[in-house]
Design a binder for this molecule. Structure first.
Ligand code: SF4
Ligand code: SF4
Length: 264
């Protein structure tokens, strides 16, 4: 989705105004708020602000992308409806133009614009999706993870309008029959709710790396952006990195190494 700052502020502002009225909505289910209730175990991984550094040089083949996408979608019960109209995606690939609009330079590396990039929710430090959600179904944790509580979601889709990255998907149909091999350890969703990447909060709570990180062959590194000694901070300080749509002020927590450091 391509959107300039003016369009973005317009949508986010309008959604907020509409959202004020919707705060009066009562009756959304509160009986099962599993997303916010995962109790971290003794080995839980912790950070002040989680983030990723994605090194695109490690994504060379279709298989490199497919492995990471499959790892995420299979453990999180992401359905496959088999058509782009109903598509649900937590992590996917997109081209340079849609990933980094406005960041093209006349003399940039030949072929870069044709390359696919791996994209997901940016777990923005200033997430507009959170600001507009009338039921607090989406919220930011103290460690920076932007969560989804599917049981609070009333399907208004304000968050989808406010997210300038297309990181959220809506279940127009019952997703359950379209999950190839359901993972009984992760909740499934219902028709009428929004979903997206939740930074594998359930794995972090058990001391495990996010699934995409584990399958990326070093292409996705995760860690604490607030810790100057963390691997992510070291990578950011040693490489030229870019983030998606920085002009919007959302402060994404996902940094990309897109090349150009080979001769450094
Ligand atoms: S990428 Fe979109 S969904 Fe994710 S935190 Fe930012 S605004 Fe929200
Ligand atoms: S962090 Fe977890 S939920 Fe997010 S894209 Fe990676 S595997 Fe999927």
């Amino acid at each position: 989705m391509s959107m300039d700052r003016r369009q973005f502020l317009k949508i986010a502002g309008a959604s907020t105004i509409l959202g004020i009225g919707a705060t009066a909505i009562k009756g959304f289910r509160q009986d099962n708020v599993e997303a916010s209730e995962v109790i971290p175990g003794p080995d839980a991984l912790k950070a002040k602000r989680w983030g990723f550094v994605i090194d695109m040089s490690k994504f060379q083949t279709d298989a490199d992308f497919a492995r990471v996408i499959h790892a995420c979608h299979s453990i999180h019960n992401v359905p496959d409806f088999g058509n782009p109209k109903d598509e649900i995606k937590w992590i996917w690939k997109d081209d340079y133009e849609h990933t980094f609009p406005g960041q093209e330079a006349e003399y940039m590396e030949a072929g870069l614009k044709e390359k696919p990039f791996i994209v997901l929710c940016n777990h923005c430090d200033k997430p507009p999706c959170v600001r507009v959600c009338p039921t607090k179904a989406t919220f930011k944790r103290s460690d920076g993870i932007v969560m989804m509580d599917m049981h609070r979601c009333i399907g208004c889709r304000f968050c989808m309008a406010a997210c300038p990255y297309g990181s959220r998907s809506f279940n127009f149909r019952d997703p359950r029959p379209f999950i190839k091999e359901p993972n009984p350890e992760f909740p499934t969703r219902t028709k009428g709710v929004v979903e997206k990447c939740t930074f594998c909060y359930e794995r972090l709570a058990k001391g495990l790396k996010p699934a995409c990180v584990e399958q990326s062959g070093g292409g996705i590194v995760f860690g604490d952006l607030e810790d100057p000694n963390s691997e992510v901070r070291q990578l950011i300080s040693k490489n030229f990195t870019i983030r998606r749509k920085p002009e919007l002020g959302t402060q994404p927590s996902i940094y990309y190494v897109i090349g150009g450091n080979q001769n450094a």
